[in-house]
Design a protein. Structure first.
Length: 277
């Protein structure tokens, strides 16, 4: 009887040890499986993140490559413009040594340069037989011009290319003639004064820098012709290329990365940059 109890006890003890061993094995397997799942998820996130980064980098490389090709093409075009016969005509140049690109820059500057415009108008156009009585550069980047002049020449042109901006000015010029002397002498000098006014308008028309007369008023007094006009000139602002930063997140729930000047350090993210023309 006692032997049976001892055998039963040994069996129960063996079963308990087996259960403990099985529990430890199952728990260890579960822990390993859980760690494997977590590791796989982490590795998958890293893989997915790296795929996104490489995709954005490929886009940036493609953009930069295209920009390099555009630069080479631009260099060829600039070279052809510099030596273009039509742009190198002497009557278009401010200086004999200027090339075609300088002529283009004079015709359509990259800034309003109000002082330069005023100086050029006074020296090259409002001269030779006429007196500049008043001159005022009013404003730039305006779509309308208010004036009390009696004759309207043209309204805002719809043919101005996109991006071109205007700078507006008003001027009053006069040409005097004596009202004393023989009738023939007075007539000749009056005609000369009138022609000086007309020549001024013709010089504006032939100016290398485009000038659009929007309105004018022509008056004659006893011994003077007076022309008051409102006009616009144009310029094309410099093109500025910027590098755009792209923020890549490991997943949609991740916080956006913070970058400085297109580069920086961040968590679960990286930045690729590329300019576009």
């Amino acid at each position: 009887m006692g032997e049976n109890k001892e055998v039963a006890f040994l069996k129960r003890n063996a079963i308990n040890k087996a259960n403990q061993t099985m529990f430890l094995v199952v728990a260890g397997a579960a822990l390993i499986a859980g760690a494997s799942v977590v590791g796989m998820i982490y590795l998958f996130r890293i893989y997915s993140f790296n795929i996104k980064v490489l995709t954005e980098q490929d886009k940036s490389i493609s953009t930069i490559t295209q920009n390099i090709e555009n630069i080479n093409d631009l260099k060829e075009r600039l070279g052809s413009l510099e030596t273009n016969e039509n742009l190198n005509k002497e009557n278009l140049k401010s200086n004999a040594d200027d090339g075609g690109l300088r002529v283009i820059a004079d015709a359509l500057p990259d800034s309003e340069n109000a002082s330069g415009l005023g100086s050029a108008l006074q020296k090259k156009i409002f001269s030779d037989g006429v007196t500049l009585d008043a001159f005022n550069i009013e404003s730039s980047d305006s779509n309308s011009l208010s004036t009390s002049a009696s004759t309207s020449v043209s309204s805002e042109s719809s043919n101005i290319p996109e991006g071109v901006k205007d700078i507006q000015f008003t001027a009053s010029i006069s040409a005097s003639f004596p009202n004393e002397g023989s009738p023939e002498d007075i007539k000749n000098k009056e005609t000369a004064a009138y022609n000086n006014i007309v020549n001024t308008l013709q010089k504006m028309e032939k100016s290398i820098r485009a000038i659009n007369v929007t309105s004018f008023k022509f008056e004659r007094s006893i011994n003077k012709f007076t022309l008051t006009l409102s006009a616009k000139s144009y310029y094309y602002p410099k093109y500025v290329m910027t590098l755009d930063s792209t923020k890549v997140k490991a997943d949609d729930a991740a916080n956006p990365a913070t970058t400085t000047s297109g580069t920086g350090t961040q968590t679960n993210s990286t930045t690729t940059s590329g300019g576009s023309k």
